[in-house]
Design a protein around this ligand. Structure first.
Ligand code: NAD
Length: 103
């Protein structure tokens, strides 16, 4: 069974420390994980992640992504001011998540 994963927050730290290793894992373990969706308020960034790392769909709204996708997990890489809000949303939806912290 493949795990359907999403990522919210397509900034610099997300690119190098989360999306790249996820894409490498997906390539090295075929069928184990599906990179279902990438989400960023800036849709161009989300689209770039979709293209660069092989996510299936791009979203500019977390609520829309959660409404449309069946997810087994989500990585959140938010600016400090948004960490709590986005984490609460994911937890309220009972989605197992990785919440990136500040350095
Ligand atoms: N643990 C570490 O070693 C380490 C290292 C660097 C950064 N960080 C942390 O990672 C986080 C991200 O840092 P960064 O440099 O990538 O920031 P960034 O500003 O480059 O990226 C954040 C992205 O989140 C998006 N975003 C903001 N609110 C959103 C929302 N509600 N829904 C969807 N997208 C939203 C922004 O549009 C932006 O693209 C920060 O909390 C930072 O402290 C941790």
């Amino acid at each position: 069974m493949t795990l359907r994963l999403a990522l919210v927050g397509c900034g610099e730290h997300s690119r190098g420390s989360h999306a790249a290793p996820l894409a490498r894992y997906a390539a090295e373990h075929p069928g184990e994980i599906t990179l279902a969706a990438a989400c960023d308020l800036d849709i161009a960034r989300a689209e770039e992640f979709r293209r660069d790392f092989g996510f299936q769909r791009a979203y500019s709204s977390l609520q829309e992504m959660l409404g449309r996708e069946q997810l087994d997990g989500c990585v959140s890489v938010m600016p400090v001011g948004r960490i709590g809000e986005v984490a609460a949303t994911l937890l309220e939806c009972r989605i197992p998540c990785v919440i990136e912290k500040p350095v």
